[in-house]
Each structure stands twice: as structure tokens, then as C-alpha cells.
Design a protein around this ligand. Sequence first.
Ligand SMILES: Nc1ncnc2c1ncn2[C@@H]1O[C@H](COP(=O)(O)OP(=O)(O)O)[C@@H](O)[C@H]1O
Ligand SMILES: [Mg+2]
Length: 389
Amino acid sequence: MNILKKLQEKSKSFTLLYVEDNKELRESTLLFLKKLFKNIDSAKDGKEGLEKYKSNAYDIVLTDIQMPKMDGLELLEAIKKIDPDKQTIILSAFDNKEYLLKAIEIKVDHYLTKPIDINLMAATLLSSIETLELRAEIEQQREIIIHQSRTSAMSDMLLYISHHWRQPLNTIALSTQSLSFIYELGELNQKYLNEHIATNMEMIKNLSSSLDQFRSFFVPSPHKSFNPFIAINEVVALLIDTFENDAIDISYSKNKMDAMEIYGDVNEFKQVILSILNNSKDAIDHLKKENKIDRGKINFIFKCNDKSIDIHIEDNGGGIAPEILHRVFDPFFTTHNIAHKKGLGLYIANMIISKKLNGTITLNNEEKGLRVAITLSLLSTPPCKLAHQ
Ligand SMILES: Nc1ncnc2c1ncn2[C@@H]1O[C@H](COP(=O)(O)OP(=O)(O)O)[C@@H](O)[C@H]1O
Ligand SMILES: [Mg+2]
């Protein structure tokens, strides 16, 4: 298919910003570009271009270099800082070494020289669009993998929840049956009944809220900001009873974290925490079976930096053998032989933290076990505060 036709077919759903200070050239090029792009804007210098970009986040930015107020390279540098994945094209009368080197340094995607060659420009725009399409496809695949893997992390959680539920259910069952005894003994009065109803209702409310929490993992949450400390607490609240029953203590270095906002999907973050806790439990259970430890310990440590926070999760499960440490982030790497443990936990955790939450996750063997260190950029300034409750 002819390049122009192909471009015309694909370009309709993409947005473009064209920045050029020469009025005649800008208007004549716009005439051509408007035949391709439905959503297109133009600007007469880099400064105006950047302002427009900030409110519209165009998919492709096509710009001249030499312009008043802010030149094209400065403009693209600023845009790449905001959105490194957008497509940027230079269209310049100059191809001197200095400009080219600067363009490479700021990772400009294409460099075209004037006078404009329509065919070359069309081929370049098509290549940019195809890159954007490919990226969107990868993004979509990533979403699918993350979502599917959640069910695996959830199977562990379902086991925990069923433990968590058994005890209050037993208590409610026992106290319900005991009513007829109390009645036969002639001791059933209003006071007893009220107390009975109050305690049972409290337990029922707790069960219902843990069910809601559990369910909320599956409901897609819109991307927004969240407080990681609260998110961690919500995950831990669901697991803590079962972990304690299995002689694993979960503790926090600090009790409360204020004014701390991270941008992203809270359920994805919770999935990461759940996978890390599952892994610590696996390692601890293993050491306990071998009688190497009596009690498991998992400790959360929070640290505030200027623009980021560190979350460390340490356990006493013995850590990871140094010879496999570099492989545990690989997909399908596992040392377990259990159907639903497929070696995806850390792979997905790394994907979520680095690609979705713009942070880092590293693993280190400490004296007694593994330390998972997560660093996340904060949305909010002033920086977060740590406080004892
Ligand atoms: N806290 C930990 N302590 C010891 N080993 C761990 C820990 N976390 C992860 N691992 C190791 O890393 C491997 C990969 O973990 P993961 O990606 O979650 O997959 P899976 O749990 O399905 O095996 C585990 O099989 C285990 O050998
Ligand atoms: Mg795991």
C-alpha cells in the first residue's frame, strides 16, 4: 500500500503538535498535515509549543530548531522529561554536528532536514505512529499479564481468608447453638440477648468488611493517587490473623505515615505487597518445617526522603541462595513445586513497581533472611512525615 494512504488510515486517531516560527511555511505544512491528522495544533515557538503540550500531551511533536523564546531542541528536551515515550521529530534547515549530537543526547526519535520532502515526512510520521501502536500493544499485554497473575497471588490469599474466617464462624455457630441451652436453663434475659447480638454483629461486620477488602482487589481501580502506608495496612489486616496462627509476626518500624501520596493503581501496589508477603511466608514455613526457626518475623520499615519513600520488607526466612539471586525476577523462575506458584510473583512485582509506579525494587540477603527494598517517587511535596501513633 502507498505510504500516504497507509498513513492516512492510521493517523486519524493520533494527535500532533507542529511547531514552526516561519508563518508561511507553518501554514503551508499545516494544510498538508491537516489532511492526515484530525487533532492537530500548531505553535509559533518552543515556549508556546510547551504550553500547548502541557495541556494536551500530543502523541507526536514535530518541530523546527531555531525559533525565538525557546528553540526546538529545548522544547523536545522538556517534553521528553514529561513523557519519554512520546514521538518527537525535528524538522530543521540545519544538520550541523552540534544539533545532531544534542538531538541524540535528548533521544529525539527522527531528524528531517528542510526543504521538506513530503514522501520522507510521510514515511517518518508512519514510522512514529507504528512505534506508538506497538507501545500501546505492549502496554495492553502488560495490563493483561498483571491482571491474570493477580489470580495466582489471590489463591494464596483465599487460603488465608478461609483460615481468617473459620474462627469467627465457629464462634458465631457455637454462641447461636448455646442460646437454646441458656433458654432451657431459664437464664435468657434481655441483657444476655443484647450482649449476644452485639458480639455476633461485631464479628459479622468484620467478616463482611474483610470480604469487601478481598473483593476490592478484583475491581479495577482507576489510576489515582494513594497512600502506600494505608494500602500496606489493608493487605496486612487481611493476613495478620492467619500469619499469627502460623507463628509469623508482622511488625512496623513506625506506626503511621502522613502526607504521602504516590500516583498509580492501588490494587497493583497491593498485589506487589501480597506477593512479597506470600514469598516471605513460603520461605519461613520452609525453615520452620526444618526446625531452623520457631517463629517467623516480617518487618516493614519506612523511610522518607526528599521526593521519595523507601519501604523495606525484611523477613527471617533465610534469604535466597546467592547463585539464584540474579534470576528471581525472571518470569517463571521458581524453586517451588506447587501448581499455582509459577514463578511470576517477583517478575510482576518488578513490572508494576518499575513500569507502572516509576519506582525501583531490589533484593538483598541480610543476616536472617531477605530484604526487599522498594523506592517510590512521591507526588506530594512537602515530603512525607513519619509519626508514632
Ligand atoms: N522472601 C524470600 N525468601 C526466600 N526466597 C525467596 C523470597 N522471595 C522470593 N524467593 C525466591 O524467589 C523465587 C521466585 O519468587 P516468585 O517470583 O514470587 O515466584 P514463586 O513464589 O511463584 O516461586 C521463589 O521461588 C523463591 O525461591
Ligand atoms: Mg511468589
